[in-house]
Design a protein around this ligand. Structure first.
Ligand code: PLP
Length: 450
């Protein structure tokens, strides 16, 4: 049979379960329930094989920032495929899409982040970063500086390197992770772990774990610290305001390279071009992907400061991917950035998030299940709890969140659950009328969960 959108949903689901291994999915559950088949999308709306219209409050996987189905981006891809389908950027060759995108990123990124090493995804970019920071210190005559400090419940990808940097216990348990030389400190998750401390004191205490770890290992052993300005996949956890300034102070004091993983927070998500600007840090390296191309094509990369790029460039860096700077991906990403600029989408994020979405989001805390609501730009979370006053967890962690997510999905709203936190990260072009639908469906789903 020819497999097209015209096949009945059940047939598509059966073929899918028989042959397609899904990321982060239990195969048996998939075979029993069948995956929802998404057939097309426009703006912030998905359509499934049954013709249902679903509001995508996750922008796919936090990536479709300019919204689905833009013909101008399709045209750029088609043009680039015809003109120069592929050429590599190894061995002293280059091409205009890679040059133009790198120059554009240097213009957009703050400070002296002026150099870009391209990859195919966020995970690959973080693998690049591991090798780059270690190689940097070796080139500086400090080959012992190899340890990278990251955080429990952080997410940095699914490759051996990316998942090792990440602090997801469930991922470390599969495949023998983490790789050597990566250590994890606690996350700045006040709601779940702050106890009786004020958020401010807790933020400082969690940041100072970095200093304690550096002193324990020895400054001469530590290469870098990596963190997401705002943890995304961990549950949209907004750190207390005291956290990042203290991390910056510690990195400066001990000469530790600071890597901001901007895969989610980059390109407008938090109301600035980069999350680093929102939390007030000056990283040496930024990891980028997702919103770089709004998910239209796979592309990622590392934006690197002058000093690190100069040292790395003074010899040969034995690293690269066939698709580093892929011309079609680079051309589409460049056009995507141009759209963000021309249509003032980063300003739109600020305008629509505060106060319009923020007020409605915060109002969800009047629901008996909701303990807190956090929102920065267009990434938000609500924490579900059986006891608001004590911020306690449910007896079976994640079960209520899962049920709520299922209710959302049945109500044609894509929200994700991370344990018992419900999260959103809609396309940045979301309009007030879509926000009204989002909030109404979220509230209905919470009611049905309660
Ligand atoms: N870093 C962060 C902060 C992410 O959220 C993700 C993906 O969700 C990654 C890295 C990995 O990116 P990719 O899935 O493109 O490899």
């Amino acid at each position: 049979t020819l497999i097209t959108n015209h096949l009945p949903t059940a047939e598509l689901q059966a073929l899918d379960a028989a042959h397609h291994m899904h990321p982060f999915t239990t195969g048996a559950e998939l075979a029993a329930k069948g995956a929802r088949v998404i057939t097309r999308a426009r703006g912030v709306w998905l359509t499934d094989s049954e013709g249902q219209e679903i509001l995508d409050a996750m922008a796919g996987l936090w990536c479709v920032n300019v919204g689905y189905g833009r013909k101008d981006l399709a045209a750029v891809a088609a043009r680039q495929i015809e003109e120069l389908t592929y050429y590599n950027t190894f061995f002293q060759t280059t091409h205009v899409p890679a040059i133009a995108l790198a120059a554009k990123l240097a213009e957009l990124a703050p400070g002296d982040l002026n150099h870009v090493f391209f990859a195919g995804s966020g995970s690959e970019a973080n693998d690049t970063n591991i090798r780059m920071v270690r190689h940097y210190w070796a080139m500086k005559g400090k080959p012992e500086k190899t340890v990278i400090i990251s955080r429990k419940n952080g997410y940095h990808g699914s490759t051996m390197g990316g998942a090792s940097l990440g602090g997801m216990a469930g991922m470390h348990a599969q495949g023998g992770l983490p790789i050597p030389g990566i250590v994890h400190i606690d996350q700045p998750h006040w709601y779940a772990e702050g106890g009786d401390m004020t958020p401010e004191d807790f933020g400082l205490a969690r940041a100072r774990q970095l200093e304690e770890k550096i002193l324990e290992l020895g400054e001469d052993k530590v290469a870098a610290f990596i963190g997401e300005p705002i943890q995304g996949a961990g549950g949209v956890i907004v750190p207390p305001a005291t956290y990042w300034p203290e991390i910056q102070r510690i990195c400066d004091k001990y000469q530790i390279l600071l890597i901001a993983d901007e895969v989610i927070t980059g390109f407008g998500r938090t109301g600035n071009w980069f999350g680093s600007q929102t939390v007030g840090i000056r990283p040496h390296i930024m990891t980028i992907a997702k919103g770089l191309s709004s998910g239209y094509v796979p592309i990622g990369g590392s934006i690197v400061c002058d000093e690190v790029a100069e040292v790395i460039g003074s010899g040969e860096f034995n690293h690269g991917y066939t698709y580093s700077g892929h011309p079609v991906a680079a051309a589409v990403a460049l056009a995507n950035l141009q759209i963000l600029q021309d249509e003032k989408i980063v300003d739109h994020v600020r305008d629509v998030a505060h106060p319009y979405l923020a007020e409605k989001w915060q109002a969800l805390t009047d629901h008996p299940l909701v303990g807190e609501a956090q929102l920065v730009g267009l990434m938000g979370s609500v924490a579900l709890t059986p006891d608001k006053a004590r911020r306690t967890a449910f007896a079976e962690p994640g079960a209520v969140g899962y049920r709520c997510r299922e209710r959302c999905f049945a109500n044609n709203l894509v929200m994700r659950h991370v344990g018992d936190r419900m999260i959103i990260s809609p396309p940045l072009v979301i309009r007030p009328e879509d926000i009204d639908v989002l909030i109404a469906r979220a509230r209905k789903s919470l009611d049905e969960t309660y």
